[in-house]
Design a protein around this ligand. Sequence first.
Ligand SMILES: *[C@@H]1O[C@H](CO)[C@@H](O)[C@H](O)[C@H]1NC(C)=O
Ligand SMILES: *[C@@H]1O[C@H](CO)[C@@H](O)[C@H](O)[C@H]1NC(C)=O
Ligand SMILES: *[C@@H]1O[C@H](CO)[C@@H](O)[C@H](O)[C@H]1NC(C)=O
Ligand SMILES: *[C@@H]1O[C@H](CO)[C@@H](O)[C@H](O)[C@H]1NC(C)=O
Ligand SMILES: *[C@@H]1O[C@H](CO)[C@@H](O)[C@H](O)[C@H]1NC(C)=O
Ligand SMILES: *[C@@H]1O[C@H](CO)[C@@H](O)[C@H](O)[C@H]1NC(C)=O
Length: 280
Amino acid sequence: MKYLALSLISTLFVSGGFARPSRLANREAARRLRGSRPFSGSPYVVVSSTTNGTDSQIESKTSAVKSSGTTLHDEYSTNWAGVVIESPPTGQNFTTVSGTFVVPKPIGSNGSASAWVGIDGDTASQSILQAGVDFTISGGKVSYESWYEWYPNYAYDFSNFAISAGNTITITIQSTSSKAGIVTLSNKSTGKSVSKSLTAPSSSTALKGQNAEWIVEDYEQNGSLVPFANFGTVTFTNASASTSKKTVAPSSGIKVNIVQNKKLLTSTSFTTNSVTVKHT
Ligand SMILES: *[C@@H]1O[C@H](CO)[C@@H](O)[C@H](O)[C@H]1NC(C)=O
Ligand SMILES: *[C@@H]1O[C@H](CO)[C@@H](O)[C@H](O)[C@H]1NC(C)=O
Ligand SMILES: *[C@@H]1O[C@H](CO)[C@@H](O)[C@H](O)[C@H]1NC(C)=O
Ligand SMILES: *[C@@H]1O[C@H](CO)[C@@H](O)[C@H](O)[C@H]1NC(C)=O
Ligand SMILES: *[C@@H]1O[C@H](CO)[C@@H](O)[C@H](O)[C@H]1NC(C)=O
Ligand SMILES: *[C@@H]1O[C@H](CO)[C@@H](O)[C@H](O)[C@H]1NC(C)=O
């Protein structure tokens, strides 16, 4: 992970969370992986929600916060931006997470990013059940892929769900047990949808139902992060996470933003039913 090596912030994010799979399932699948978020273990890097600016500013505020022991609401990552709910109501587990977003049109020269919804991958770092949409701009040409993944397996594309800019897509992630689930993407305009039933890659990658998240990711391709596209803004509306007994709002989660090469690349905000990630 070259992005982890250089910046000051990175030293705080080094973790075992970013395991590279040793097995390449097939050629297509080998291309892309949405990794679990590199996080700092304990204590987390928690800084003021008003923080922005350079790596060193963030670093100094982070140190101040850590030494004062204050609990605040933002974290920084090299690859995830969005909101993560870090624990379900006591004694329950998250079984459904959903959100709706309008597919953005990236601008600039070359880059990619991915918008997705998932269960686990943060404090429950061994697995993620997730699905979403990648957006890429290459030499000015924009393209999209829709996909599903049970991390640490690679992502597989939906071959029959061609996305275009401006489509309103609802993502629903549902676990039916700790080792099985179903992911669905549906087109709000047409009602057309695609679903995939998935099972855990191995017994150690069973879901715990501890985290729910709405993320824009700088994902990994062939073992390194893709150049992060300027995607403008992604807003997940009607965003919710449910246990069998309760629905939890994204505003009970933490905001995560991407910092790379000493630059803050995103700005995340939330309401009780939405998550907005802006490329800054
Ligand atoms: C972010 O930084 C800019 C420039 O220093 C400042 O004007 C702005 O108020 C800051 N925003 C927040 C939310 O702190
Ligand atoms: C973008 O990609 C195109 C073709 O893939 C390449 O010719 C061009 O040099 C790239 N531009 C930048 C800024 O990387
Ligand atoms: C979604 O619906 C719109 C409007 O009918 C259509 O143009 C688009 O191709 C659809 N996209 C997908 C992924 O189904
Ligand atoms: C959540 O809890 C229910 C009831 O205890 C259990 O059946 C289910 O397997 C759990 N799901 C996950 C993802 O842990
Ligand atoms: C990733 O690897 C595949 C297969 O080896 C190759 O075809 C592709 O060009 C690589 N992509 C990048 C961005 O390096
Ligand atoms: C919001 O999501 C719920 C399920 O999570 C769904 O039943 C409802 O129809 C959605 N509402 C809108 C306006 O999309």
